[in-house]
Write a protein of this length. Structure first.
Length: 339
């Protein structure tokens, strides 16, 4: 007898067909989930990328921008232009980057003075660091150095602090600029050591170091990369560096914690995008910079320039900024500093 054909509804319960339907449904679900990710990965930059730097060519921030910019150009397939906009301690660059139209490709490379300190001490910056910018990638960190003039007869931090307590009228600490991170770090040193410090702001690192070497100011705080060459040349003495661990560029110099003062702090350079930039493009730039910072050649170039490279995701960068603000905001506010 010829078997009767099964009804259509019964054939739909065929195990093979059920498995095929499940596979197809899962494939559709995966495609739906992957579509936004794929779109982000394929977000293209079809015009040049501009990196705005709030300082003159040749400085540390400018060097970082050029090292990363050259690598980004190769990865993205578009020209990358470093646009130096010095003025107002980097705030002018932030104002210009904020105003960039959404259809233009721009990143700002900034340090804590622009994105943490300025919003706390200026009533009107012309920008809101949190509302007008999106963190993209943290790319390098640096220590602060406390150095003394060769005319000062101290060679260890505890000896310096004793001298400062005994000579409060002479215990002046020079910094490259008032309102800078070295300025506030100098205040942190004084507070931790219970020493009254008089901070003297200079118009840049060059005149500060000239006066330190010449004995016109006994103590200075500046970034490691600026001070270390003079220390190595024997023109001044660095007594301590501010990192959690010893610097790879100066392994014989103790940290503040090793020297007996429970203090650690670092500075940084981080890429930011204007809030107007499409999210897909921001994510593309973040993942590309992350890849660039993992490149051994990039890391070698940073180290050759005396800078510590950092590999950071966009989420890690945002977390770093949150923690940094929590550390520094009380210091800046307690100082009562007014521009």
């Amino acid at each position: 007898m010829t078997p009767r054909a099964l009804p259509a509804f019964a054939s739909s319960f065929n195990p093979a067909r059920r498995r095929l339907a499940t596979v197809l449904a899962m494939a559709g679900l995966v495609a739906a989930i992957a579509a936004p990710t794929l779109a982000r990965a394929q977000a293209t930059l079809d015009s040049p990328l501009r990196i705005v730097v709030g300082y003159a060519p040749g400085g540390a921030t400018d060097r970082v921008a050029r090292i990363v910019g050259d690598k980004l150009a190769a990865q993205l397939g578009v020209p990358v232009i470093v646009d130096n906009k010095p003025g107002a301690g980097g705030r002018l660059a932030a104002q210009q980057a904020k105003a960039t139209p959404a259809n233009q490709n721009v990143l700002m490379l900034a340090n804590p003075a622009v994105m943490v300190v300025a919003p706390l001490v200026f009533k009107d910056n012309g920008y809101d660091a949190e509302r007008d910018f999106v963190p993209v990638s943290h790319v390098n960190a640096y220590d602060f150095a406390l150095a003394v003039s060769p005319t000062l007869p101290v060679r260890e931090l505890n000896h310096l602090l004793a001298w400062m307590r005994a000579n409060p009228q002479q215990a002046n600490v020079g910094v490259p600029a008032t309102g800078s991170l070295p300025h506030f770090f100098g205040l942190m040193v004084g507070e931790k050591a219970k020493v009254q410090t008089q901070v003297i702001g200079y118009r840049g690192s060059a005149p500060l170091l000239n006066d330190l070497i010449g004995g016109q100011v006994p103590i200075a705080v500046d970034t490691e990369d600026v001070v270390l060459p003079q220390h190595t040349a024997g023109k001044l003495r660095i007594l301590a560096l501010s990192g959690e661990k010893r610097s790879p560029f100066a392994p014989t110099i103790p940290t503040f914690k090793e020297a007996g003062l429970d203090l650690a702090a670092t500075g940084w350079n981080t890429f930011f995008a204007p809030a107007s930039m499409p999210k897909e493009k921001v994510e593309r730039l973040a993942t590309t910079i992350h890849a660039v910072m993992q490149d051994p050649d990039t890391q070698r170039k940073f180290k050759d320039a005396g800078m510590t490279p950092v590999v950071s995701t966009q989420a890690q960068t945002a977390a770093m900024l949150k923690a940094y603000k929590a550390q520094w905001a009380p210091v800046v506010q307690k100082s009562g500093y007014q521009p």
